[in-house]
Design a protein around this ligand. Structure first.
Ligand SMILES: Cc1cc2nc3c(=O)[nH]c(=O)nc-3n(C[C@H](O)[C@H](O)[C@H](O)COP(=O)(O)O)c2cc1C
Length: 177
C-alpha cells in the first residue's frame, strides 16, 4: 500500500490503556462496518486485543506528529504511553480512545487471521467519535482533520495534498467510442 494512513491503536492491557502507532490498516466491509489491522504478535497491544476482544483506531492530526511517532518507538511493556493523551472510553468500556484525535473508532473483535509474525485483526466499528469542528456539513473534512500519511520503505510522514476531483463521478466525463 502506498501511501498508508497513520493511526494509533488503542487497547487495554491488564486494565491499563496502551497506544501503538499503526499503519497496516484497511476497510474490510461496509455493512456492518468492519476494519482490519495487522499487528505484530509480540506487541503489548496484541495482548490487549486478545484479553478484551476490543480495540480502538484513533486518527491523529499532523500536530500530533511527535507523540504519534513516539508510540511506535517504545512498547507499553516498559513505558506508560497513555499519559501522553487524554483518554476516554465508550460503551465497550475496554477500548481506550484519545480525546485529542479528530476521529476515534471503537471496535469489537470479530475475526483473527494468524500470519507468520502478525495477526490480522478484523473488528466491527460499533461507534465513531469526532467533533463538529472537523466536519463540513455532516461529513468529515480531511483538511480540518489534517491526518498523517506514511510511506515505506523511506519511512516518512506526509500531510494530505490538493483536492483532485469527485470519486464515482469524474470518470463519467470520459467519452469512449
Ligand atoms: C509509523 C509507524 C507505523 C507502524 N505500524 C505498525 C503496524 O501497522 N503494525 C505493527 O504491528 N507495528 C507497527 N509499528 C510498530 C509499533 O507501533 C511499535 O512496535 C510499538 O512500539 C508497539 O507498541 P506496544 O508494544 O505498546 O504495542 C509502527 C511504527 C511506526 C513508527
Amino acid at each position: 500500500m502506498y501511501p498508508m494512513p497513520v493511526t494509533l491503536l488503542g487497547t487495554l492491557v491488564d486494565g491499563k490503556p496502551d497506544f501503538m502507532t499503526l499503519g497496516w490498516i484497511t476497510r474490510v466491509n461496509a455493512n456492518p462496518p468492519t476494519i482490519g489491522c495487522g499487528v505484530g504478535r509480540h506487541h503489548h497491544s496484541a495482548v490487549g486485543i486478545e484479553q478484551n476482544k476490543t480495540f480502538s483506531i484513533n486518527v491523529p492530526s499532523a500536530e500530533m506528529l511527535q507523540k504519534t511517532d513516539y508510540c511506535g518507538l517504545v512498547s507499553g511493556k516498559s513505558v506508560d504511553k497513555a499519559v501522553l493523551f487524554d483518554v476516554f472510553y465508550g460503551e465497550l468500556e475496554t477500548a481506550p480512545m484519545i480525546t485529542e484525535c479528530p476521529l476515534s473508532l471503537e471496535c469489537r473483535l470479530e475475526t483473527t487471521i494468524e500470519n507468520a509474525t502478525n495477526n490480522f485483526y478484523i473488528g466491527e466499528i460499533i461507534a465513531s467519535y469526532s467533533e463538529e469542528r472537523y466536519l463540513s456539513g455532516d461529513l468529515l473534512d480531511i483538511k480540518k482533520i489534517n491526518p498523517l500519511l506514511l510511506t515505506m520503505p523511506d519511512n516518512r510522514y506526509w500531510t494530505v495534498g490538493e483536492y483532485a476531483g469527485e470519486a464515482w463521478s469524474i470518470g463519467k466525463t470520459l467519452k469512449m467510442k
